[in-house]
Write a protein that binds this ligand. Structure first.
Ligand SMILES: NC(=O)c1ccc[n+]([C@@H]2O[C@H](COP(=O)([O-])OP(=O)(O)OC[C@H]3O[C@@H](n4cnc5c(N)ncnc54)[C@H](O)[C@@H]3O)[C@@H](O)[C@H]2O)c1
Length: 267
């Protein structure tokens, strides 16, 4: 169902890999709501993922960019403004990757060059995207920039490993850039802290299924599905949310404010 909430808006969506990706659902919903978008992902993901399929469905050009490369980002943003016919109104950063997690190195045995790569891909890329938008004067006044994050930035979830620090850095960039972009362009910058979700990145975490079930029981509304996250993103890109900025917004079925749930005690 469409309410044309994004009619006339232009957006860039990073991070759709396959139809389980949160970014995939966000792209579909933005398209339904009348936005014109471009899609981007790392060149390797374009080879192995299914993003071209999504591009056809959403009538969106797919533009490769390694989000750690300033040169790739400059090209992507230039190309997007050209294809979409003007400045960008909204951006979704839905990017996360940790080599230490992927290679199953635990927190006491981190490889530091991998940790730096994790920070670069999962957090510093967010700064790079915003800085490139500013340098190219490519973001519209009253635009909206979002990144996806996880509550491990605030609380300890041991198997989330160095991604916890990545998310803390990502959220901090949202606050800092939220000031700068707000003061100069009235652009808002926020993070959405999403429930555990069955995706390629999510299920790469050790013990993810058990953890997913635990969070589902702990949350009075249950885990928030990716489709609902997409609806929340549409709202955050729409003019209905124009005064919300510099926030970390929990989209987690209530998990973040729970202490203990009887559902977990097998009563
Ligand atoms: N799945 C969960 O449980 C969960 C929960 C909270 C937050 N998140 C966050 O949501 C976001 C999206 O993840 P997802 O769960 O949809 O998984 P996903 O695996 O579908 O998406 C992660 C994306 O990051 C992309 N990526 C990796 N390295 C890149 C690079 N160098 N340049 C550009 N793109 C690159 C991947 O190709 C992939 O498309 C991530 O930031 C993740 O941390 C996920």
């Amino acid at each position: 169902m469409s309410n044309n909430l994004l009619s006339g808006k232009r957006g860039i969506i990073f991070g759709a890999l396959d139809d389980q990706s949160i970014a995939w659902k966000v792209a579909e919903r933005c398209h339904e709501e009348g936005a014109k978008i471009t899609l981007s992902n790392a060149p390797v993901a374009l080879r192995f993922g299914k993003i071209q399929e999504l591009g056809e469905k959403c009538n969106a050009e797919v533009i490769p960019a390694d989000a750690t490369s300033e040169e790739d980002l400059e090209h992507l943003i230039n190309k997007s403004t050209e294809i979409l016919g003007g400045k960008i109104d909204f951006v979704l950063h839905s990017i996360g990757m940790s080599l230490n997690v992927r290679k199953k190195r635990d927190y006491n045995n981190i490889k530091y060059d991998w940790m730096q790569k994790t920070f670069d891909i999962s957090a510093i890329s967010f700064h790079k995207v915003m800085q490139t938008l500013v340098k190219q004067d490519a973001i519209s006044d009253w635009g909206s920039v979002l990144a996806l994050t996880y509550i491990a930035a605030q609380r300890t979830f041991p198997d989330y490993n160095e991604m916890a620090e990545s998310k803390a850095l990502l959220e901090s960039f949202a606050r800092s850039f939220g000031y700068h972009l707000g003061a100069t362009k009235k652009v808002r910058v926020n993070t959405i802290s999403q429930s555990p979700t069955m995706t390629t990145a999510g299920s790469g975490i050790k013990g993810f299924q058990e953890f997913f079930d635990y969070a589902d029981k702990m949350s009075p509304l249950g885990n928030a599905p990716a489709e609902d996250c997409a609806n929340y993103c549409v709202f955050m890109f729409s003019d209905l949310s124009r005064m919300i900025t510099m926030q970390n917004l929990y989209h987690d079925g209530g998990f973040s404010n729970m202490g203990m749930s009887p559902a977990l005690l097998d009563l």
